[in-house]
Design a binder for this molecule. Structure first.
Ligand code: SF4
Ligand code: SF4
Length: 191
C-alpha cells in the first residue's frame, strides 16, 4: 500500500499522539494542583451553625407563625379561614370560634413539612395574623415536630424576628398609587 504524499508514517504519528496526550494530562494535573494549593491557603468559609448564625437578607421570609396584637395582647387570628382556602397544597386547617365582639380560631393546624412557602396565606390574611419569620431554624428528624398547632405557631412568632411582609403591607403595595385613584375620582366628579 502506498503512503499518501505529506502524511507521517504510522509509528511517528502514534508517537506524536502519545506525547500530546501526556502533555495534556500533565497540564491538567498541574492545573488541579494549582487550584488545590490556592484553596489550602484560603480562609475557610464554613459557618459553624448553630453556634454561629449567618445574618439573613432584609427581605428573607421563612417559617410561618401566628401573631398577637401588640397593644391588647389578643390573638390576631379571627378564624376567617381565608388562609385555608387559598393554600395550594391545603396544609392549613382552621375552625372558627364565634365570639361576642370578634371571632377567634378555635383550631389552627399547619403542616409545615408540606408547605410550599408561597406566602399566599400571608397575603390574604385581613388581620396580619399569619406572617413569615426571618428564620428557617427548624431542622428535625421527626416529621411530627413540623405539624404546628396554634400554640406552636404563636411560640414561633415570639421566638423569631418577623419578616417585613404582612398581608396589609403586601396588599398596599399591589394597590394602584393613591395619586392615580384621586385623579380618577376627580375626573369622575366624585368628592
Ligand atoms: S406559604 Fe403557601 S403552602 Fe405554605 S401554608 Fe401558606 S399558602 Fe400554604
Ligand atoms: S390567619 Fe388570617 S386568614 Fe387565616 S384564619 Fe386567621 S385571620 Fe383568617
Amino acid at each position: 500500500m502506498h503512503r499518501q504524499h505529506g502524511s507521517l508514517p504510522p509509528v511517528a504519528s502514534s508517537r506524536r499522539g502519545v506525547f500530546a496526550e501526556a502533555l495534556a494530562v500533565g497540564l491538567a494535573v498541574g492545573h488541579a494542583m494549582r487550584i488545590t494549593l490556592i484553596n489550602m491557603f484560603r480562609k475557610p468559609v464554613t459557618v459553624h451553625y448553630p453556634t454561629v448564625e449567618r445574618p439573613v437578607t432584609d427581605r428573607f421570609r421563612g417559617l410561618l407563625a401566628l401573631t398577637y396584637d401588640k397593644e391588647t395582647g389578643e390573638e390576631n387570628c379571627i378564624g376567617c379561614r381565608l388562609c385555608e382556602f387559598i393554600c395550594p397544597p391545603a396544609v392549613i386547617k382552621v375552625e372558627m370560634l364565634k365570639g361576642e365582639k370578634r371571632n377567634y380560631a378555635k383550631l389552627f393546624i399547619l403542616e409545615l413539612y408540606a408547605c410550599e412557602f408561597c406566602e399566599l396565606c400571608v397575603q390574604v390574611c385581613p388581620t396580619d395574623a399569619i406572617i413569615m419569620m426571618k428564620s428557617f431554624d427548624m431542622a428535625t428528624a421527626d416529621r411530627r415536630e413540623m405539624l404546628l398547632d396554634k400554640d406552636r405557631l404563636h411560640a414561633i412568632g415570639l421566638q423569631h424576628q418577623p419578616s417585613w411582609a404582612t398581608g396589609n403591607r403586601l396588599r398596599d403595595m399591589q394597590a394602584p398609587p393613591k395619586k392615580v385613584v384621586a385623579e380618577k375620582a376627580a375626573a369622575a366628579g366624585e368628592p
